[in-house]
Design a protein around this ligand. Structure first.
Ligand code: NAD
Ligand code: ZN
Length: 386
């Protein structure tokens, strides 16, 4: 028998709280799995989750964690969970959990605990846990309810918002996925207290992306100061600002068919290429670090590309230097042709063309802009490095 089918193989362990489920189902109507995403909100006492649980009395509740979020985040959530809640802790953490094997392990565990379509799966973790758990939940029994509790800055400002789920496949990022909305998203900013500086920088990358694509004042906005001297109040403002931008864009184009949503991929075509290359080399590169570098390339491509007439050479060098300093890359970058091969596999391409998001000035994104390998080589060569 294939070893993937042994759920223990994946080190998913059930932790405390194995009292048997004791809910009586209310037979509440199932929502379509893909519906308008709920607005995430700062909710330090998980009031909206408790209210939902009280109204819907799910047949089972399961919380998915990784070792870090079990240790640092579960204690704050635990008192708000109903009796009978079950817990699944993945044995690993980080990008490697976004795999078909971990998805299989979750499905296996849902099956083992007898979850039906009136159950609730709660994801407690960073973007990898929210992406994986949402994917497994949205495909199990054609979709069971799931609730997201992001515990990293990156997941709060971005990954938990917008209804995209996904795992990596054959070395390519987010190759398998669904559009599916959680029934709720709770943000508890105290979880940020246990994140190290590198993880905080990682999250700021997506916040900066939102400011660059949505604000004409992006170059003057306080993101640099907010990052350097971050105070809790400033964090909350930045998180809500990012959520507002992303929700607005997603609301215009929930399934990325009209175009508006594509602007959220700013910095991601080259960023994902770098990330996929790093995964193959077992290099510890964070998503936000890859995206920060990808944005620097996209900014330089914007300066060089004729389709951005309002953008002159050197216009973005200041922003690019700040990105380099605040969110440094932990590794060297491979040669452009190596990245290009990954970029050609990007799922947003049509045919052989590589299309990216450029900026015709801050707050003026242009999606579906075709670029060539020569453009990429030029952009890398001309990146400001000091
Ligand atoms: N679905 C989307 O729309 C979307 C958008 C942006 C990014 N993403 C995805 O998000 C993923 C990256 O998410 P991430 O940066 O949160 O990574 P992550 O989930 O790997 O978390 C980073 C690390 O922090 C640990 N951690 C989490 N919360 C903690 C806490 N409160 N205290 C201490 N440690 C904690 C985790 O165990 C992990 O080791 C990528 O796979 C990316 O593709 C998805
Ligand atoms: Zn991203």
């Amino acid at each position: 028998m294939c070893p993937w089918f042994e759920s223990r193989w994946y080190h998913i362990t059930k932790t405390s709280g194995l009292r048997s489920a004791c809910f009586i189902s209310d037979l509440f109507p199932m929502k379509a799995v893909f519906a308008q995403s709920p607005e995430p909100h700062i909710d330090p006492l998980f009031e909206s989750l408790r209210k939902w649980l009280g109204q819907h009395t799910p047949t089972s509740v399961v919380v998915v964690t990784d070792p870090m979020t079990e240790k640092w985040c579960l204690p704050a959530l635990n008192p708000h969970l109903p009796p009978g809640t079950q817990f699944l802790r993945l044995g690993q953490h980080g990008e490697k959990i976004k795999s078909i094997e971990h998805t299989h392990a979750l499905w296996d565990s849902f099956e083992g605990m007898g979850m039906d379509r009136h159950g609730l799966v709660i994801a407690l973790g960073g973007g990898t846990i929210t992406d994986l758990t949402a994917f497994a939940s949205s495909t199990y029994l054609r979709g069971v309810h799931f609730w997201l509790i992001p515990t990293t800055l990156l997941a709060m400002v971005d990954a938990a918002v917008g209804g995209k789920t996904g795992i990596n496949f054959r070395g390519l990022k987010n190759r398998l996925g669904t559009f599916a909305s959680p029934v709720g998203i709770s943000i508890h900013t105290a979880f940020l207290d246990t994140l190290n500086a590198r993880e905080m920088s990682n999250g700021w990358a997506e916040h900066i992306k939102h400011t660059l694509i949505a604000s004409e004042e992006a170059a003057q906005l306080p993101w640099e100061d907010t990052m350097r001297n971050a105070q809790p109040q400033a964090f909350e403002e930045a998180i809500l600002y990012s959520i507002g931008i992303k929700s607005n864009i997603v609301g215009q184009d929930p399934t990325e068919t009209k175009g508006a949503r594509k602007t959220l991929n700013f910095g991601h075509t080259t960023g994902h290429a770098l990330e996929a290359w790093a995964m193959g080399q077992s290099i510890d590169l964070k998503h936000g670090e890859a995206v920060a570098w990808g944005m620097r390339i996209a900014l330089k491509l914007s300066e060089l590309n004729e389709s951005c007439p309002n953008c002159a050479s050197g216009d973005f060098d200041g922003v690019s230097r700040s990105l380099m300093e605040l969110i440094p890359l932990p590794c060297n970058v491979p040669d452009a042709p190596v990245l290009w091969e990954f970029m050609r596999s990007d799922k947003k391409n049509e045919g052989d063309q590589v299309k990216v998001v450029l900026l015709d000035g801050p707050g003026r994104p242009k999606f579906d802009q075709e670029v060539t390998l020569t453009d990429l080589e030029q952009a890398i060569l001309q990146l400001p490095i000091s």
